[in-house]
Ligand binder design. Structure first.
Ligand code: ATP
Ligand code: MG
Length: 393
């Protein structure tokens, strides 16, 4: 894993829209916490690198080589949301960063802070960590547009070369390919099980639609169990009819759940789930649904990680939110909590814990940005709306 010096350089991308506001708060909070936790023995030098609109304006390109080089050099970076230029030959800057560095895990912790407005009755029972596969699946973007001549070519190819029978789709069909590999599934699931063991979690649930997509989603599930047995010594507990990995006598349950049932269960019995491992598209739905249960995008942190190379980019999960940019209204906790994840990743748990405690305290006191304020007023909680900037002080 990562060897971390006491003085770390972290490249940061300020981001577009609300990016500058949340980045400023994040840097201030992190610097103060690190100073306080380690009394000057450890420190972070934040190094600004450009991407997005700001990069385009300053140096004429959305993702300068220097930015990729800096992330390459320092390995761990943090970023604000980026505007994806429309129709400029780039699918998405975020995707480009992820692909270039092969950040195969999208990590999304889902944790409830007491006092946060939530649509569910018992949000305190929601405590999960989602490992979403980040490089494969229908998200790979291998698609053919409806009505294009390629569609007919692909259908003809499937019928004649691949001997796929009963191809009855009209040429007006759009087509997409869903690649799911054993290697890709294994490294994601390996990361999830390793994380669960290191963090003393209770279970890992493989979330999939293998009942319908037998080879892709079903493959993910089957490879997951095989890996748990082969690499982690999982064995079947006959009584509980579930697989168990043991560490120091403590059980870690390996289970699976069909994705549609899972989306019901996280509302009905969220306490049944802990670490989640899932494919790209399921992971997209699941992470946002879970985030909504514990306060939504204003507070949801995230990271994209390659556990083999150590490369990691930490980021808020929301977009640039241009409607509230520059109004001192944006909730900076999304990026502040992403920075908490970053500090934990660096092994600087003391500073991370300090920030989390301060966040809990602010929310319990009702010092919140307007996204939470309205809902808290409705719930009859004492609270005060504070501006974004105030969180940095
Ligand atoms: P993009 O095009 O970059 O995705 P967006 O407007 O879709 O930008 P989202 O992040 O998807 O931005 O946000 C949707 C809505 O949620 C925004 O209109 C914004 O008001 C709100 N929102 C997003 N992030 C925050 C935040 N951190 N604090 C408060 N409100 C937020
Ligand atoms: Mg959006």
């Amino acid at each position: 894993r990562l060897s971390v010096p006491d003085r770390v350089t972290i490249p940061f991308i300020e981001g577009d829209g609300v990016g500058p506001e949340i980045t400023a708060v994040m840097k201030s909070v992190v610097s103060k916490a690190v100073q306080k936790a380690y009394q000057g023995k450890r420190s972070i030098d934040f190094l600004e690198v450009l991407a997005g609109q700001k990069a385009k304006d300053r140096v004429g390109t959305y993702l300068p080589d220097e930015t990729l080089e800096a992330v390459n050099t320092y390995k761990v970076a943090i970023k604000g949301p980026l505007t994806t230029p429309v129709g400029k030959g780039i699918r998405s800057l975020n995707v480009t960063l992820r692909q270039t560095l092969d950040l195969y895990v999208c990590l999304r912790p889902v944790e409830y802070f007491r006092g946060v407005p939530s649509p569910v009755k018992h949000p305190e029972n929601v405590d999960m960590v989602v490992f979403r596969e980040n490089t494969e699946d229908i998200y790979a973007g291998i698609e053919w547009e409806a009505g294009s001549s390629d569609v007919q070519k692909v259908l003809d190819f499937l019928a004649s070369e691949m001997k796929v029978k009963n191809i009855r789709f009209p040429q007006s069909s759009a087509l997409g390919v869903k690649p799911v590999s054993r290697e890709g599934s294994e490294r994601l699931i390996r990361a999830a099980i390793t994380y669960a063991l290191e963090h003393n979690r209770r279970s890992v649930t493989l979330v999939h639609k293998g009942n319908i997509m037998k080879f892709t989603e079903g493959g993910f599930n089957a490879w997951g169990y095989e890996l748990a047995k082969r690499e982690f010594g999982a064995s079947l507990d006959e009584k509980k009819r579930t697989f168990i990995v043991r560490k120091d006598g403590k059980p870690l349950y390996i289970q699976d759940c069909i994705c549609d049932a899972f989306l019901q269960n996280i509302l009905l019995k969220p306490e049944s789930y802990d670490v989640i491992a899932t494919l790209n598209l399921n992971g997209d739905y699941v992470s946002d649904a879970l985030a909504a249960e514990v306060g939504g995008i204003g507070i949801a942190p995230g990271a994209n990680i390659n556990y083999e190379t150590g490369y990691a980019i930490f980021e808020a999960t929301h977009g640039t939110a241009p409607d509230i940019a520059g109004k001192d209204m944006v909730n900076p906790l999304s990026l502040v909590l992403s920075a908490v994840m970053m500090l934990e990743y660096l092994g600087w748990g003391e500073a991370a814990a300090m920030i989390k405690k301060a966040v809990s305290k602010a929310i319990e006191q009702g010092s919140v940005t307007s996204d939470f304020h309205q809902a808290m007023v409705k719930e009859g909680r004492p609270c005060t709306a504070v501006g974004t900037e105030a969180f940095g002080r």
